[in-house]
Design a protein around this ligand. Sequence first.
Ligand code: GRF
Length: 200
Amino acid sequence: CRIVVLISGSGSNLQAFIDTLHARQADIVAVISNRADAFGLERAARAGIPGAVLDHREFADRATYDQALAALIDTHAPDLVILAGFMRILTSEFVQHYQGRLLNIHPSLLPKYTGLHTHRRALEAGDREHGATVHFVTEELDGGPAIMQSHVPVLADDTPDTLAARVRDTEHRLYPLAAMLYVSGRLRLEDGQACLDGTP
Ligand code: GRF
């Protein structure tokens, strides 16, 4: 299975993929960032994975960028495309092109808190628990069918940062696990639903 990972920043989720499934169940054949200073590119280089930068500021609009991005991704002929902190909204054309083979992780218990600042919003709402969701990407922002979620408690003295760190630790187990299910052929998008073999 050939995987392309898209990042914009630290790439700690990318690192989890490198540590758990790369060169075992699957090959991460490329890491693409829209930012040249993304630390994840360094992680890719250390693992011997080709990295590329496609800077959105060099494109006239979102549609043109997404076309170039898809063209670049497709040179690697991936079976699966993983969004790992790729901080861009994608066009419908892009999403449709990768329908059923595009995954994202979002740091909230979706459908709660789509978009940004999820940890702060969970704290402000007084939530007792919080977490992360891996989902298939559809045209609705953070709205695609959920595959699996991690749950963490919200503690009395949490700040957005401490809560984010607790959630992120779970992401690093959750996301590779979901990807492994996909790689092994047990997980697919069917009739707009995440379908996992072995469940009713
Ligand atoms: C994670 O919090 C993830 O849920 C969100 O972006 C962040 C990426 O972090 N989509 P990292 O770059 O993988 O460290």
